[in-house]
Design a protein around this ligand. Structure first.
Ligand SMILES: [Zn+2]
Length: 309
């Protein structure tokens, strides 16, 4: 069944999975549950509800954690990417444990869980955040930028780790219901062997193993099964960014450019977009031609912005 691109989505029914937390190493269980129109994505743990919004981010070091009062939920980014990638607008995510399970280090198991829960189309029209101007953040040679663009949401991402296996990968994604699942969702978390050893000594990444991350030493991939894509690293960085940008609270209409960005810079960008009132507007097109009309109105502005950029 083809889904309507401009109607809000939630789940048909509940679906659960269990696994271990990457950082805590403890067993965790989570359940996807249907949620009403305009409620967004909301996490629930120990009777506390935490909306998946930037204002609830409490940590962006190695992963993205949300918190409210004494309750925290870690490693939300791969699940959020899966929900965005499947076009889920409204979801209740019940979590029993300190973080979302790492599973195989990708979003694939969460996409499978969305399929198990089934997608239910609501009558309500989707809300999108449409970029009205360039918003850029940078740190040294790192950059993250959201820009107005034609069409829906697209990404161009460049990484360069000065490593023979991961130097200079770049990737472009045109986001739609299929592209995320085909090109991005299977790309796994990765790490360098020396960092993994350092993290273990510091009591971090306790659940980390070759089962849930690609690990590289100075010249080799240590996982016996190898890579899922030759450019799996940059694809995973796109997956992470889609999860981080989900904290804007609705799907985007615009283009995301990143050079060597990561969770921390992505979050700086999200906060800057939210702080600059004229950076974007909430739109509710009911059909593709209505979206085109909205973007036509933006065209003079787009041309101007492109000259500046
Ligand atoms: Zn990741």
């Amino acid at each position: 069944m083809d889904l309507h691109p401009f109607r809000q989505r939630t789940f048909k029914q509940r679906a659960s999975l269990g696994g271990i937390g990457l950082h805590s190493g403890s067993p965790v269980r989570m359940t996807l549950a249907p949620a009403p129109a305009d409620s967004g994505i909301v996490f629930a743990r120990s009777g506390v509800e935490i909306p998946a919004l930037a204002e609830f981010v409490v940590d962006t070091n190695m992963n993205t954690s949300l918190g409210r009062g004494p309750v925290r939920i870690g490693t939300v980014e791969h699940l959020l990417a899966a929900l965005v990638g499947c076009g889920i607008d409204n979801a209740r995510v019940e979590v029993e444990g300190p973080e979302i399970p790492i599973m195989d280090g990708s979003s694939d198991p969460f996409v499978a869980l969305v399929r198990e829960a089934g997608i239910h189309e609501l009558r309500a029209v989707r809300r999108f955040l449409m970029l009205r101007k360039h918003v850029t953040v940078g740190e040294g040679d790192k950059l993250a930028r959201l820009s107005p663009a034609r069409g829906k949401f697209s990404v161009s991402y460049t990484v360069d780790f000065q490593h023979p296996l991961i130097s200079d990968q770049n990737y472009k994604l045109e986001m739609n219901d299929r592209s995320f699942q085909k090109e991005i969702c299977r790309a796994r978390t990765f790490g360098f062997k020396r960092d993994v050893e350092r993290l273990h000594r510091a009591g971090l990444a306790r659940g980390g193993s070759l089962e849930n991350a690609v690990v590289v030493d100075d010249f080799n991939i240590l996982n016996p099964e190898g890579l899922r894509f030759p450019d799996e690293f940059v694809r995973h960085k796109i997956l992470d960014a889609i999860g981080d940008l989900a904290l804007l609270g609705m799907p985007l209409i615009g283009h995301f450019t990143a050079v060597k960005s990561g969770h921390s810079l992505n979050h700086q960008l999200v906060r800057k977009v939210l702080a600059e009132r004229d950076a974007c507007e909430v739109v509710q097109p009911r059909a593709a031609d209505e979206l085109n009309e909205m973007q036509e109105r933006l065209l003079p502005l787009l041309a101007l912005e492109e000259q500046v950029a």
